[in-house]
Design a protein. Structure first.
Length: 128
């Protein structure tokens, strides 16, 4: 067994795809439009879905905003330099909610950014 994807409902599909493929460096893997069911999907990720998990961005026709809710925590992404990743997000007009620095009580460097729909993305710096 393995994790295939995490699904996030988004209010503007193109804006969300631009965020994940721009400053976060993912690739648009595939899209599916279902006009009869009134939704469009975009899968983004770092590699082939046959081997690596993806994020499924779901846009429901006519819905331009969702509340992330209190049960969802965050998506975590490994980066080589958390501070540089924060700068890429900021330069693209994104929001950094926690600057790069050691996790409380530890030494691993993390940061948090927020996607256009308010979902948190944790950036975890890879140990060298």
């Amino acid at each position: 067994m393995r994790i295939l994807h995490t699904m996030l409902r988004v209010g503007d599909l193109q804006r969300s795809v631009a965020f994940y493929t721009g400053p976060l460096g993912m690739r648009l893997l595939r899209t599916t439009d279902r006009p009869e069911q009134q939704y469009t999907l975009a899968f983004v990720g770092y590699g082939d879905e046959a081997a690596e998990p993806a994020i499924e961005l779901t846009w429901n026709y006519g819905v331009d905003r969702y509340e992330p809710g209190t049960g969802f925590g965050h998506v975590a992404i490994e980066v080589t330099d958390a501070a540089a990743a924060c700068e890429r997000v900021r330069a693209a007009g994104g929001t950094v909610t926690r600057e790069a620095g050691p996790v409380k009580g530890g030494t691993t460097v993390i940061a948090f950014v927020q996607d256009p729909d308010g979902y948190k993305v944790e950036l975890i710096e890879r140990r060298r």
